[in-house]
Write a protein that binds this ligand. Structure first.
Ligand code: RRO
Length: 285
């Protein structure tokens, strides 16, 4: 069988370039009956904050043409329960595990990474500075190079593990943020998180999402992702992990041609969690 392994710099080599996108696969265990998780080059977990978060009130997901809008609001079980309830499952997987970390403020990101840093089963961290659905933290860091630079360099001081920064498409120009991540010691950037979106029910005249605005994902955003990746690849040397509406092997090749070294599958997992199988077959042809 042909070798699809890919080195993301010196610290991390994946068995193949396909990862799960954070938030679309829970912590892996929910989907382990449906498919063989070890097919993935890596598993990226749902964003984890220091304390548990309930997230936003429903409705928090709506389907749109060629995509979906979510406003989950960073619902997650918090670091203590993650360690008690999810670490054993993730720790025994042969797959590479990357933990996505979110925070309201810099100290929260640092504390989560500090407490996970010594776990041998964690290959690295994806730092979420691009959640569009929380009032505090998240995207504030992802749109402001000064705040981002401080955050990345303090995380760099905290861990030698693979450190990937997940960038937002909700900016005029992604290049200064990608450059800032690189300059402050990131090993990679991933892009894109979701685009701001909204939808209205014309019968009730009400927004279809409780918080009115949410994050748009799926094939509808693929051209936006490709454009951001082409731009970023012209100015940084660290690997780019591409995300945005990938459905099949041809989409993966398009992302690699744009400048990505690997990709993440997100929204496709909601309608075809076995898409990975066809994608790997396509890449091996
Ligand atoms: O939980 C969410 O609402 C969410 C997050 Br943390 C994110 O990074 N991106 C997104 O579309 N939704």
């Amino acid at each position: 069988m042909s070798d699809l392994s890919v080195a993301l710099g010196a610290k991390l080599t994946l068995a193949n370039p396909i990862l799960t996108a954070s938030g679309t696969f829970g912590y892996g265990d929910e989907l382990s009956d449906l498919l063989d998780l070890e097919q993935f080059g890596g598993i990226v977990t749902k964003s984890l904050s220091l304390k548990p978060r309930e997230g936003n009130p429903p409705p928090r997901i709506v389907e749109t043409p060629a995509g979906m809008i979510n406003s989950i609001g960073l619902a997650n079980l918090g670091l203590d329960r993650f360690l008690d309830e999810k670490a054993a499952f993730l720790g025994q997987l042969k797959s590479t595990v990357i933990v996505n970390v979110a925070g309201r403020e810099q100290a929260e990101y640092i504390e989560v990474v500090r407490r996970l840093q010594s776990m041998p089963w964690i290959a690295g961290f994806e730092i979420n500075v691009s959640c569009p659905n929380v009032k505090q933290g998240g995207i504030e860091f992802g749109v402001n190079p000064e705040l981002l630079g401080d955050l990345v360099s303090s995380l760099r001081n905290q861990t030698d593990k693979f450190l990937m920064i997940k960038l937002s498409p909700n900016v005029n120009d992604i290049r200064p943020l990608a450059e800032c991540a690189q300059r402050n010691g990131a090993d990679a950037v991933s892009m894109i998180n979701t685009l701001y979106g909204s939808a209205i029910d014309i019968h009730s005249r009400r927004p279809k999402i409780h918080t009115v605005f949410g994050g748009l994902s799926g094939p509808a955003i693929k051209p936006v992702a490709i454009a951001h990746i082409i731009k970023a690849a012209r100015v940084i040397d660290i690997p780019i992990i591409g995300i945005g509406g990938i459905q099949d092997g041809a989409d993966v090749v398009e992302f690699l041609l744009a400048g990505a070294s690997a990709v993440q599958l997100g929204t496709v997992n909601f309608f075809d969690p076995t898409a990975i199988t066809g994608i790997l077959a396509f890449l091996r042809k």
